[in-house]
Design a protein around this ligand. Sequence first.
Ligand code: ADP
Ligand code: MG
Length: 341
Amino acid sequence: MMTTTTHNLASLGEFGFIARLRQKLRDQAGRTDVVLGIGDDCSACTLPAGELLLTSTDLLIENIHFRRDWTSLYALGRKSAAVNLSDIAAMGGTPRYLHLGLGLPQDLALDELDAFCDGFLDECRAAGALLCGGDTCRSQTGMFISVSVQGTVPADQLVRRSGGQPGDRLYVSGTLGDSALALHLLRQGQAPPPTLARRHHQPTPRLALGRAVAVAGLAHAMIDLSDGLLADLGHILQQSQLAACLDPAALPLSADVRRHLNHQPEDLDVVLRGGEDYELLFSAPPEAAPRLEQLAVRLALPLTAIGSLQPGEGLWLCRPDGSRQPVEARGFNHFQSGQPA
Ligand code: ADP
Ligand code: MG
């Protein structure tokens, strides 16, 4: 029987999709900071006087960054926004505006498309940020998702990768390796425990933490953990021109990761080098410790000291018995790893 219902993107069309997206954005109507949102050639948005504009872009490609048989489209929508918002958190900024570029297969079911958009917009709303525009076209090889995020930060609160000082303590938020272990298990054909799966498919950008650290001037250098602890710490070391000691026994691990490592201690590498934690790693002077403890309580988010910055060059695992083992500041690298998703 013929119906007039629209079931997939092909029947909806590009402009049908944009109209549908605008419907979902009705609750943005009252926002006076957006002068022009979706519908014109450019968006036009206001910025707080005297603040710096932060802009970052991230690309998510099907079968490179995600597999549609492992994630719901709702979670994928949330994650597409979250990984971008995390970059704003890492600078100490406030996220404001997002733009969304989509390459979509024509046969994408309408409920899948809706779930993706709902997830994306829910993540934006949770961050107080607004979708203001984008571009949509057909893809013949899976989904492409390109997100640009803009935020602002008062110039004197900007936290760079390059500001680390010798003697700083290294802190990390939350727990490490949950996402990487979930992915590791998925690749082995196993179902990860739900808490780990959620950390992989639906990470939480640490916006309140990034902002609080910046406002209080507690961090000298900061980065969000997307490529893995060692690799991202390596970026701080390279740009701050310093060395670091990490205490592997101090790494904050969830109960699931601990349990797994008890049986398979060799998978510590998954924790150290695996990506997509989207926690914040920052360096802070020792005198900031009491205020960071208070902040952790206020945000109900653990902040763990895992090592320190030192003069020189290199990265070591330093154990309480005084032994030092050099490690390479390397994690996931797109052009060196042939691994899909
Ligand atoms: P143009 O041809 O000028 O690039 P388009 O026809 O591509 O404009 O888009 C029309 C409007 O819809 C623009 O305001 C654009 O920002 C918005 N738009 C298109 N695709 C998306 C999307 N995926 N997300 C948000 N806004 C979108
Ligand atoms: Mg366009």
